[in-house]
Design a protein around this ligand. Structure first.
Ligand code: CTP
Length: 244
């Protein structure tokens, strides 16, 4: 005898809790490709929903004094630069509907300020953004939708020079040096190969309003299915799905 047939009520409860889990969207792509802009546009359009943004930068490992002293030699674009276990545990917590403290990363001091964490509350939609969020299979498995922001290398480099000199207080020579030594090789070796995991590839990043509109429509459809489940807990389709 099927457990579901014996106890319809609990089967529906399980179905509801599964369907009510937050909708997790992964946004990957090269550095300065426009991931943040795409996320901001999604957040703006979903203003009537509870949406949070989690940044992979928050999970950069703390540098030792030795690494700090030779920071130009440090590869921030390598998968090993991130504490993926910590990222996973924070994401599992959010997915379970619990609030979590996520440190803010300071690009100027190269520090993850654990004394200044940002409280992230459970939400309907979680955007997980970062250059390598598709790298680890366990992180990918948390995602309901995967977006890769695909922007030409020259545009990414131009943006990076502007951003790193204006916002991070770096000089052009060091930006170009870091780009050729670490950023470009890591894009080719680690970031670009994860494009194959994407459900959607957005050319031109934040300039692509049509792509963002389509994505938001899809998210709304998915969230609507969650809402239906809340209104009609005995929804026939849910029961039949979970009694198999
Ligand atoms: N990085 C850095 N210095 C640090 C830590 C990280 O220069 N102390 C750089 C890494 O070299 C990496 C980049 O930050 O290339 C990752 O952040 P990125 O994805 O560029 O940030 P976003 O602003 O989120 O990107 P986008 O423009 O796509 O929104």
């Amino acid at each position: 005898q099927h457990a579901g047939v014996r106890d319809r009520g609990s089967v529906v409860n399980v179905a509801e809790s599964v369907l009510k889990q937050p909708f997790v969207i992964g946004v990957a792509g090269g550095a300065a490709s426009g991931k943040t802009t795409v996320c901001d546009m999604i957040i703006q359009q979903l203003h009537d929903q509870r949406v949070v943004l989690v940044n992979q930068d928050s999970f950069y490992y703390k540098l030792s004094e030795e690494e700090l002293a030779r920071v130009n030699e440090y590869n921030f674009d390598h998968p090993d630069a991130f504490d993926t276990e910590q990222l996973l545990s924070s994401m599992y917590q959010l997915k379970r509907g619990q609030a979590v403290d996520i440190p803010l990363y300071d690009f100027k001091t190269y520090k993850n300020d654990v004394n200044l964490p940002r409280r992230v509350n459970p939400s309907d939609v979680i955007l997980l953004e970062g250059i390598l969020v598709f790298q680890d299979a366990r992180v990918r498995d948390l995602m309901n939708m995967k977006i890769f922001v695909d922007t030409d290398a020259d545009v990414r480099l131009a943006r990076r020079i502007r951003r790193d000199t204006l916002e991070k207080g770096r000089d052009i020579a060091s930006v170009l040096d870091q780009y050729s030594k670490f950023v470009k090789p890591a894009f080719d070796d680690f970031i670009l190969p994860t494009k194959k995991y994407a459900d959607i590839v957005i050319p031109r990043g934040g300039d692509n309003h049509v792509a963002v509109d389509l994505i938001v429509q899809h998210i709304r459809t998915k969230l609507g299915q969650h809402d239906l489940c809340k209104i009609y807990p005995n929804l026939h389709v849910i029961q039949s799905t979970f009694q198999i």
